[in-house]
Ligand binder design. Sequence first.
Ligand code: ADP
Length: 188
Amino acid sequence: MNIVLFGPPGAGKGTQAERIMNQFNLTHLSTGDIFRQNIKNETTLGLAAKTYIDKGELVPDEVTIKMLESEVKSHPESDGFIFDGFPRTVQQASALDGFLSSIGSSITKMIALDVPKEELIKRLLARGKYSGRADDLDEDIIDNRIQVYLQKTAILADYYNKQGKHFSVNGLGSIDEITVRVFKELEK
Ligand code: ADP
C-alpha cells in the first residue's frame, strides 16, 4: 500500500501520517521533515532548500524528486510508503508514478485533508509558537505557502481523481475524529 497524504500547509498531514504509519505498517516520508533535517545538518541539499523554504516557496522539482527517489530506494524492506508533502506539483506526481512503476509499484490512494483557509492560518501561527519553524512565524510567509498550494498543488486533486484514487476527508474536528475518518477511507 502506498498512500499520498494531501492537503494545504497546516491541514494536519504530519500528525495523521504518524498514526497511519503505525496502523498500516508503512514508512513515513515527509519531504518537509527531510529538508529540515538536511538544513540542520548543513548538507548541500539543506543549503539548496533553505532559501526556498524560508520564503515559503517550493524547492525546485528536480532537487525534490531526486531526493524522494533516493529515500524510497533506501527502504527496500518497506511494505509501503506514506508520502507526506509530496507530490506538490504535477511534475512531481508524474515523476512519482513513473518511478513507482519502474520498481513494480503504484499509488494506492490519495487522501486529501480538507481544511478552510482561516483555520489553516490559525493552526500555523499556533504551531509557530513552539515548532521553531521560521516559516510558521510570519503571516506573509504563511500566506505565500497557501498561495503556492492553491496555484501549484491543489490541481493534483484532479490528477488523482482521473485515476480514481482521490478521497477527501473533513480535516476539521479533533485529531482522533480525523484519524477515524482517514482510517475508514483506507480500510475501504
Ligand atoms: P507544510 O505542509 O506545513 O507547508 P512541510 O513541512 O510539508 O510543511 O513543507 C515545508 C516547506 O518545505 C515547504 O514550504 C516547501 O518550501 C518545502 N517542501 C516540502 N515538500 C516539498 C515538495 N514536495 N516540493 C517542493 N518543496 C517542498
